[in-house]
Design a binder for this molecule. Structure first.
Ligand code: ATP
Length: 299
């Protein structure tokens, strides 16, 4: 089984601040890290480090950030297909990190929105039935819908992370098998959290719903099947950037490597993996290593 992640690649600039700025107020901060990020890239890196054959399809502009992204991806065990687009700025995220480990993030999506559809469609031509197609909310509405629809037509298992929130997500539900949401996404898209949210999302035709709730842990709900809660693994959180992406990547890799859909074990593996991420600063550099994931997946 193979995973195809079609999503964004960005540089995360993390700035430590004492507190988040009020509107109209200037505050002081200090650069805490500069790292490869972007939700699509994060999820692909974790899946690949987990040992799943992973292809990342993404776009950058034609600038210094694009070089950094290309060089850092070359260090990962994944097949990166990057379109370098002229006249476009490479995407980046401004992460404001407070002393209690909370983050506020602003992300640009110019390059992600300009990802050429024909390039992504060509790569999807390599997919086989049962392969995973993994997507998030950074691409254009048209590309996201077309690619998920195509993945479904090819018999792929489609997994979607509706972040950042966009008004067009409702149109996508018919093409999604698995969805991963945090609490605020759950409230916005399903009007509830927990089992009630899962039932609403199953009503849209989604087979498996994963709801993450930070330190309160995560839930997996399977249509017509079980609803399980898995507690978070205790960690000393210093930077939660990429916790949700680590969770999603690790859960999908764990399930795919064992040949199927998500189960309680995959959610436990994801909880252990994301507890490592929150205890370290940065994005890619905070993710569990190949060795750490091998130990987690053996449990
Ligand atoms: P982010 O946007 O920070 O990447 P998210 O909002 O998408 O994260 P969360 O629900 O906050 O997602 O976290 C995802 C998972 O990461 C949780 O279900 C939990 O397993 C783990 N996690 C998050 N924060 C902590 C923490 N402080 N300690 C231990 N585990 C955590």
């Amino acid at each position: 089984m193979r995973a195809f992640v079609i999503g964004n690649a960005a540089i995360d600039e993390t700035i430590s601040v004492d507190g988040l700025p009020e509107p109209g107020v200037s505050i002081l901060g200090r650069i805490a890290s500069r790292d490869l990020g972007g939700k699509g890239t994060n999820q692909a890196v974790v899946m690949a480090r987990g040992g799943l054959e992973t292809t990342l399809v993404s776009a950058t502009g034609d600038d210094f950030r694009a070089d950094t992204i290309r060089n850092q991806l070359a260090e990962e065990p994944l097949d990166a297909r990057l379109s370098r687009l002229s006249g476009i700025s490479t995407d980046f995220s401004m992460v404001l990190n407070t002393p209690d480990g909370e983050n506020s993030i602003v992300t640009t999506t110019e390059a992600a929105e300009a990802l050429p559809l024909d390039v992504a469609m060509k790569v999807l031509g390599e997919a086989k039935p049962g392969d995973f197609l993994v997507m998030q909310g950074n691409l254009s509405a048209e590309n996201t819908e077309t690619l998920l629809k195509t993945g479904r037509e090819r018999g792929m298992v489609t997994a979607f992370n509706p972040s950042p929130l966009r008004p067009y997500f409702e149109r996508l539900w018919p093409f999604i098998d698995i969805v991963f949401l945090n609490e605020s996404e759950s409230l916005s898209l399903a009007g509830a959290t927990g089992q009630k949210a899962a039932e609403t999302l199953h009503g849209f035709g989604i087979r498996q719903v994963v709801l993450t709730a930070g330190t309160k842990g995560a839930m997996l709900s399977t249509a017509g099947g079980a609803f399980v809660h898995v507690p978070a693994v205790k960690a000393k959180a210093i930077d939660t950037t990429g916790a949700g992406d680590t969770f999603m990547g690790a859960a999908l890799a764990s399930a795919a490597l064992r040949g199927g859909m998500l189960d309680e074990r995959a959610i436990s593996h994801a909880s252990a993996a994301s507890a490592l991420t929150v205890a370290r600063r940065g994005t890619r550099r905070a993710f569990p290593s190949r060795d750490e994931l091998a130990v987690i997946f053996a449990g």
